[in-house]
Design a protein around this ligand. Structure first.
Ligand SMILES: *[C@@H]1O[C@H](CO)[C@@H](O)[C@H](O)[C@H]1NC(C)=O
Ligand SMILES: *[C@@H]1O[C@H](CO)[C@@H](O)[C@H](O)[C@H]1NC(C)=O
Ligand SMILES: *[C@@H]1O[C@H](CO)[C@@H](O)[C@H](O)[C@H]1NC(C)=O
Length: 226
């Protein structure tokens, strides 16, 4: 009995230790969607293609894009993969973001990934979003001028969704917010709005570790050109 108690205690201390250190990291690294855009731009620069402007309006649409999946990780990849109809951009996503529908520009590429375990932006980039040569073609496309990224956990927990949208529009005049001010929508984080998105409470590291320990890890993703 006491042996079991000791084991329990050890397990719990490990959980809390992990939780504490992950929490500190969250505060330091701030918005994971902004981090993801930096990773994308660093990687593009290394491949000698232009860096992309981080457009908060486009990023807010990326968060809406995630919400269209209603937490259904299984719909993201594989043979059952689903995609919101294009009409949703103008009819649902833009109004929800307060983005003027008249300023929408073509989407030239997108990445979407979903995983039950929370990882930091560089791992989300290399392990979930960039999966094959097709992903790299999307990443390095010269058609993009701007990018927006979003990340969210369903109802503040697992599964975690990552979405990146690329566009060919003019950064300063497309995906413009009504009144020029980004409308921050929660839960979730999106890039480009100087939103601190201290997602710490939303990404309870305890939940993440617990799910990792108790459920089969699920990782799905896809990329599209156009
Ligand atoms: C860019 O990302 C790809 C995919 O993760 C990786 O294979 C490559 O090494 C990265 N390039 C640089 C310069 O970091
Ligand atoms: C760039 O855009 C052109 C014209 O729309 C298209 O034909 C081409 O496939 C695109 N290339 C990439 C890499 O997205
Ligand atoms: C876009 O806006 C930024 C910040 O307002 C400004 O510094 C930049 O010169 C603008 N670029 C163009 C092409 O208008």
């Amino acid at each position: 009995m006491s042996k079991i108690m000791t084991l329990c205690y050890l397990f719990l201390s490990l959980l809390f230790l992990n939780a504490a250190s992950a929490d500190t990291q969250n505060k330091v690294t701030a918005n994971p969607a902004d981090k993801l855009v930096s990773v994308i731009n660093e990687n593009r620069t290394a491949d000698k293609v232009s860096t992309l402007s981080d457009n908060p309006g486009l990023a807010c649409l990326a968060l809406q894009y995630i919400k269209a999946y209603q937490g259904d990780c299984g719909a993201v990849g594989g043979s059952d993969a689903k995609k919101p109809p294009e009409s949703q951009f103008a009819e649902v996503f833009a109004p929800n973001c307060g983005v003027k529908a008249s300023t929408l520009a073509p989407i030239t590429g997108r990445f979407l990934g979903c995983q039950t375990k929370y990882v930091h932006a560089p791992e989300a980039f290399s392990d979930i979003l960039i999966r094959n040569q097709k992903s790299l073609d999307i990443l390095y496309s010269k058609n993009h001028t701007q990018v927006g990224a979003a990340v969210t956990g369903t109802d503040g927990g697992s599964p975690y969704f990552w979405c990146v949208l690329f566009s060919s529009g003019k950064p300063n005049s497309t995906f413009a917010f009504e009144g020029g001010v980004a409308k921050i929508t929660k839960p979730g984080c999106f890039s480009g709005a100087n939103d601190v998105c201290s997602g710490a409470s939303h990404w309870s590291p305890l939940t993440g570790i617990w799910l990792f320990a108790t459920s089969v890890m699920l990782a799905l993703g896809f990329g599209f050109l156009l």
